[in-house]
Design a protein around this ligand. Sequence first.
Ligand code: FMN
Length: 199
Amino acid sequence: MKSSEAIYREALERLQQLIDEATAQGLDEPHAAALATADGDARPSVRMVYVVAVEEQGLLFFANIESGKGHQLLDNPRAALCFFWRALQVQVTLEGEVSLQSAEIADRYWQRRAREAQLASWASQQGAPAAPKGELRQKARQLEQALGFEAVPRHADWCAFRIRPERIEFWPSGWQRMRERTRYQKDPQGQWTQAALNP
Ligand SMILES: Cc1cc2nc3c(=O)[nH]c(=O)nc-3n(C[C@H](O)[C@H](O)[C@H](O)COP(=O)(O)O)c2cc1C
């Protein structure tokens, strides 16, 4: 029988393989997933994010701490993700607890972002009323000129979050192939189990 750790590892590997396959096939947005959060009164919201790493400690994504999702995650640190790659005919859903990550982790990934995206994070306050046309671009250019060849420092509001899955489900959409739907789930004792379900 597979151990709890082996079952959890298998689920993460399956997810990583799908992201790798979507990337290898040149599919649009292979790392993108819908992130659902809810506020302290359980009112839900959903939007897309990029999942930048699938690791044993959980899946990493980035968000502005002052955004709607940032506030919701601080109020209610639970979330769900939904990936779908049409060409691969599979959806992956997962749920779990979310934790704000260290500044070191956020710094590491900030450095991998395109310079344009880094400058844009400084120029625009996410979710604030739209600035007059051209103002954001002008702000970004001013910052760019002030920095010269220096690296753009991370905006303190740009934070790393990690969702630690408690359930991961693979739902194949090829009905004619009748492939297996699989649920990987952590039981109340903290042990991972795996079950095949009807699609
Ligand atoms: C494909 C795609 C990927 C996105 N990735 C991110 C992301 O990684 N982090 C982020 O904060 N917003 C990302 N966004 C923008 C969010 O979907 C959202 O509009 C924005 O963050 C504000 O959300 P909120 O007000 O619900 O917090 C992405 C949008 C798209 C379409």
